[in-house]
Ligand binder design. Structure first.
Ligand code: HAM
Length: 423
């Protein structure tokens, strides 16, 4: 027997019942996002591999291990997008938003691709709802607080129970360089005993040692960071982080400062954050993000102008896991047309659809009884029966499927009758 095909590992079909839940979530998301002045942007599913290397960092796990390159376009060097920030900043510059707007607030909803080892909550094709706020007016602690408030507002809207917000500051690009040197010097004393992963991260992104899960690495980090409340930031970065915290407190948003939260992507500066939720197992981040004040320059923006940028992405599959099961809504049909011959029903069904009334019918010859069963299965509100007698009189029997009440209606009045009955 020929091989049966299955959905690729780490991906899943979203079947019609679930699509209704996705649609509901996306509609709620769009409503909330627009209320914060965010506008939707749709970028391609793939970009130049070099874009991801320059923005996420050569040494990040995503670039190093998880980029899915497109085989057919290998020479040109394209990869499926593993996240949305790099492409949004690319498009922001390419379409001159930097020259025309003080602050541009974008959102996107769509699939992302990472060559991960699949497990619960970790997929190769997953979906994100993301926000990026970029511009000259974007370097403000109020914007950090607004973006964080928006992420929490969305999760509340989706029914995610008890989300926990953890924040930290990595400081400015200059701070990051000093801190890297400091960490290399301090952690370097224990380098040969650190786990293999940390040893290889040591040169590329020494910050990642701070969130390593290995017990020995954790001990070393605690010893090195022991005397510190957080990373040794410059005074201005510390002030900035304090204003973010004050603004969040004023908005009554609960958060916890987590000094070891560093994130795995190179573009972050200053505020970084992660939101965890229950019910997710070991992959417990339902969303994450942070500030990326240098990314616009790194991708070719005007070097003299100071740009700010901050954003986040929420994982839709993880939102569903964390919100628990909700009954899938049922898609109903306005009318099912029942007839002895398909040709009698065909024109009428089409006429109804053009009038904005959803309609369906059967194509193969079947008894009235089995056609009525089908109407029931499709949750039709009305069955429109075209029997011989009705056809002769240019009318139809309209049966209300809930009350079983049936009425004869002239075909010329049928649309008007149904519009009233359905309203
Ligand atoms: P990220 O932390 O890589 O950040 O991903 C954000 C969220 O996407 C995660 O918290 C998780 O919910 C979801 N996610 C990530 N990978 C997977 C996966 N393999 N399977 C299922 N869900 C996943 C970013 O992507 C940044 N671009 C966020 C950002 C926007 N920072 C600034 N602006």
């Amino acid at each position: 027997m020929d091989k049966k095909f299955a959905v690729p590992r780490g991906t899943s079909d979203i079947l019609p019942d679930r699509v209704l839940l996705w649609e509901r979530l996306e509609t709620a998301a769009r409503r909330v996002l627009k209320s914060y002045g965010c506008r939707e942007i749709r970028t391609p599913m793939y970009e130049e591999t070099a874009l991801f290397k320059r923005s996420l960092g050569q040494t990040s796990d995503i670039v190093n291990k998880q980029l899915l390159a497109l085989a057919a376009a290998k020479e040109e060097g394209y990869a499926l997008r593993p996240e949305g920030t790099a492409a949004v900043v690319r498009s922001y510059l390419e379409n001159s938003f930097d020259k025309n707007e003080l602050l541009s607030k974008f959102f996107y909803i769509g699939p992302m691709f990472r060559g991960e080892r699949p497990q619960k909550g970790r997929l190769r094709q997953f979906h994100q709802i993301g926000v990026e706020a970029i511009g000259i007016d974007g370097a403000s602690a109020f914007l950090d607080a607004e973006i964080l408030a928006l992420a929490m507002h969305l999760l509340e809207e989706f029914g995610v129970q008890g989300p926990k917000l953890k924040i930290n500051s990595l400081g400015s690009r200059e701070d990051k360089e000093h801190i890297s040197a400091w960490l290399r010097a301090e952690l370097g004393k224990y380098k040969s005993d650190l786990c293999e992963n940390c040893r290889s991260r040591f040169e590329g992104n020494v910050f990642r040692v701070l969130d390593c899960k290995n017990e020995f690495c954790k001990k070393v980090v605690r010893a090195v960071m022991g005397g510190q409340k957080g990373l040794p930031l410059s005074e201005s970065s510390l002030d900035y982080f304090k204003s973010v915290q004050n603004t969040l407190e004023n908005l009554k948003i609960n958060f916890e400062v987590s000094p070891y939260l560093v994130r795995g992507l190179d573009y972050y500066t200053h505020t970084v954050f992660e939101i965890t939720a229950q019910g997710l197992g070991s992959q417990d981040a339902v969303g994450a993000g942070g500030r990326y004040d240098r990314l616009v320059h790194d991708l070719g923006g005007d070097g003299k102008t100071k740009f700010g940028g901050i954003g986040f992405a929420l994982g839709i599959e993880r939102i569903f896991l964390a919100a628990g099961d909700t009954a899938a809504p049922v898609q109903s049909l306005d009318v099912f047309v029942v007839a002895t011959q398909a040709q009698d029903a065909f024109g009428l069904a089409q006429q109804l659809r053009r009038a904005g009334i959803s309609a369906d019918m059967g194509f193969s010859a079947a008894s009235f009884k089995s056609q009525m069963n089908r109407a029931n299965k499709l949750n039709a509100r009305f069955a429109l029966i075209l029997g011989e007698e009705e056809l002769k009189n240019k009318s139809a029997a309209v049966k209300n499927m809930q009350t079983s009440v049936q009425e004869i209606v002239a075909l010329e009045n049928i649309i008007e009758y149904l519009r009233k009955a359905l309203s």
